[in-house]
Design a protein around this ligand. Structure first.
Ligand SMILES: [Zn+2]
Length: 67
């Protein structure tokens, strides 16, 4: 079972949330715990999830990104 690290707390997990804020140019992948905290950040955007076990492609809808 493949696991990847959270970009904030560096903990290993199989499911991450794809998020960003205006101060960052790149997307971050964060665990659920960090996501709950990160979602309070002003200008925060959610861009789907990354699940390494299901190999599911992250589909980004333009209306979710360009709010
Ligand atoms: Zn985390």
């Amino acid at each position: 079972m493949q696991k990847v690290t959270c970009d904030i707390c560096k903990e290993y997990d199989s499911l991450h949330y794809r998020v960003t804020i205006p101060q960052k140019s790149n997307w971050l992948f964060v665990c659920k715990r960090c996501w709950l905290d990160f979602s309070k950040t002003e200008g925060y955007k959610y861009g789907g999830t990354r699940n390494v076990n299901k190999r599911k492609k992250v589909i980004i809808r333009s209306n979710q990104v360009n709010t």
